[in-house]
Design a binder for this molecule. Structure first.
Ligand code: ADP
Length: 541
């Protein structure tokens, strides 16, 4: 491996230092001198020398004691310590000393010792960095931030000028710089020109490539060289593979030589990065899928829950309706049975009263059944009547006629004040008649004496027709007002005064008005009277 080696020489005599500097500095190694033991300890604690040469005959303190101290410094455990002996008999055997050299030292001899130590130091350093990368890759969540850390680590390890990652964009088929650091940082996110076709070959065959003399083949690397790699000598090109497929290329440019050993190391690291990144991508995709799925499940659950609530509501309404119908039918039927029995066995003088009661209850039963049927037909929207353009001004007098003829003895008078130019409404005639007969008969039933005023009007924007039914009757109690449109609801005063009714009339009115896209409101002052306001959309056909 081509890492710079830091050498510390501990010697009061400078001869060996001068020679070592001359021989080692051209290979880019750093050589430092400490003339005393205490100076050596200070330098060693600061710069972590890879190799330390200690003179066997240091004047101020024992050389062995110094070697022992150096070996126990926490950052020097992997450093190499050589004893520099003047004669063979100065050589000491101790755990803190890794090897020795007898002075004077030949160049070849020193370089051989440096080479061995260098290899060992580098192997340890690689192992350490590999472990550090592995821990980082395995423990961090796969995020955008992980890649820069890993690449920075590699750049430092190899003293690289630049490091970048290119990936193949599957859509466009182009190669894009996904991440770039060092001298090529500004190429980040740039597309690699199509002229660099040889990249495709690497992507296809997946073999790492070591370009040992980049400057000699400048035109091939124009894209990178113009980007700032004018000092770069070597370029390591390593494909990133995951599950047998190449998804990117790692580029490492260095000003010094990159050897095969480095290439093997880089390939191992690239494989590790590749599989971790790929795993990360798969996890991310799975998480995104999961989120989508969860959202859809939630949506469906909400829809189902709304549908379930609606069904529950309908089922409750049905149960309530059946209970109310049975309850309301029970009274006239038991009355019928009672008076029929009295006709047979009762006082013959009261026969007329019994017969009157019989026909009253038959009528009540008939009306009740009619109302129930009307409401069910309305709900099922089974009305056969066709919708036609109708003028409410024509319907109101007809309804007044029907109601007054079935209440011949009423002292109450119904007056009608029609709007002169009322537009038509698109409606069912029978249903509109039912709306007004129900409202008028309610007004008559609840008014002992006085008048009922019916008016038609047109809303200023001419889109809605108003019809108000105003009586001077008993009015509606505030606590009854919110309930009077509910099925079978009868006001307290109506029940107390025994005013006949089923509690279905207004429910039918509201259902018809709603089906015509209209609305109904009521205002009432107890003891003074009530006003019902029906609004229907005007039709301009
Ligand atoms: P009912 O058959 O009891 O008339 P409705 O559904 O038509 O049933 O009316 C419900 C209740 O609304 C009545 O029982 C009554 O208390 C009240 N009501 C309806 N119209 C009037 C009105 N014009 N004046 C006073 N109370 C009314």
């Amino acid at each position: 491996m081509n890492r710079r080696i830091q050498v510390l020489i501990v010697n009061s005599d400078q001869t060996f230092f001068t020679l070592a500097s001359k021989w080692l500095e051209p290979a880019n190694h750093l050589v430092l001198l400490a003339t005393t033991g205490s100076m050596a300890l200070k330098i060693a604690a600061k710069i972590k020398p890879h190799i330390i040469f200690v003179d066997a005959s240091l004047p101020d303190e024992g050389s062995l004691a110094l070697c022992q101290k150096l070996k126990t410094l926490p950052n020097l455990s992997s450093s190499f310590i050589y004893l520099l002996a003047n004669q063979k008999d100065q050589i000491i055997e101790a755990d803190c000393i890794d090897d020795y050299l007898v002075l004077p030292v030949m160049r070849r001899e020193l370089l051989a010792k440096i080479k061995i130590a260098h290899r060992l130091v580098m192997a340890e350093s690689c192992q350490e960095i590999f472990l550090r990368l592995a821990v980082k890759l395995n423990s961090s969540p796969i995020s955008e931030g992980l890649l820069p850390t890993v690449l920075a680590e590699l750049q430092e390890l190899f003293f690289a000028d630049s490091i970048s990652l290119t990936t193949l964009d599957n859509k466009s088929g182009e190669t894009v710089v996904t991440a770039a650091y060092g001298k090529l940082a500004h190429l980040n996110k740039k597309r690699i020109p199509k002229s660099m076709v040889w990249i495709k070959t690497i992507q296809k065959n997946g073999n790492p490539l070591l370009i040992e003399d980049v400057q000699a083949t400048r035109e091939r690397f124009a894209f990178f060289l113009e980007g700032g790699l004018d000092q770069t000598e070597t370029l390591a090109v390593i494909p990133l593979k995951a599950q047998g497929e190449i998804f990117g290329i790692l580029w490492l440019g260095s000003g010094t030589l990159i050897n095969q050993e480095m290439m093997d190391f880089l390939t191992a690291v690239a494989n590790m990065i590749g599989s971790v990144l790929q795993q990360g991508l798969q996890i991310k995709a799975a998480q995104e899928n999961n989120i989508l799925l969860e959202e859809r499940v939630l949506e469906r659950t909400n829809e189902l829950s709304v549908a379930y609530d609606r069904l529950q509501e309908l089922s409750d309404m049905k149960t309530c309706f059946v209970a109310n119908v049975s309850h309301e039918l029970r009274l006239p039927i038991s009355n019928l049975l009672l008076y029929q029995d009295l006709l047979k066995k009762g006082n013959p003088d009261k026969r007329t009263t019994y017969e009157e009661q019989l026909s009253l209850n038959i009528e009540r039963l008939y009306n009740l059944v009619e109302d129930i049927l009307s409401l069910s037909r309305l709900e099922a929207r089974q009305n056969e009547d066709s919708l036609t353009p109708i003028c409410i001004n024509d319907i109101v007098p007809e309804a007044i006629k029907m109601v007054t003829s079935s209440n011949p003895d009423t002292p109450v008078k119904i007056h009608f004040k029609p709007h002169p130019n009322l537009p038509l409404v698109h409606s069912s005639r029978t249903q509109l008649l039912q709306v007004f007969t129900n409202l008028f008969s309610n007004a008559i039933k609840h008014t002992a004496e006085g008048n009922i005023l019916v008016t038609t009007a047109l809303q200023p924007k001419k889109q809605q027709i108003y019809c108000t039914v105003q009586d001077e009757g008993m009015g509606i109690l505030p606590e009854d007002l919110p309930n009077i449109f509910k099925r079978f609801y009868r006001g307290r005063q109506s029940v107390q005064n025994q005013i006949p009714g089923s509690g279905l009339g207004l429910a039918i009115v509201r259902e018809i008005v709603n089906q015509h896209k209209g609305s109904i409101d009521v205002k009432s002052v107890p003891g003074k009277g009530s006003t019902f306001i029906v609004r229907l959309p005007a039709s301009f056909m």
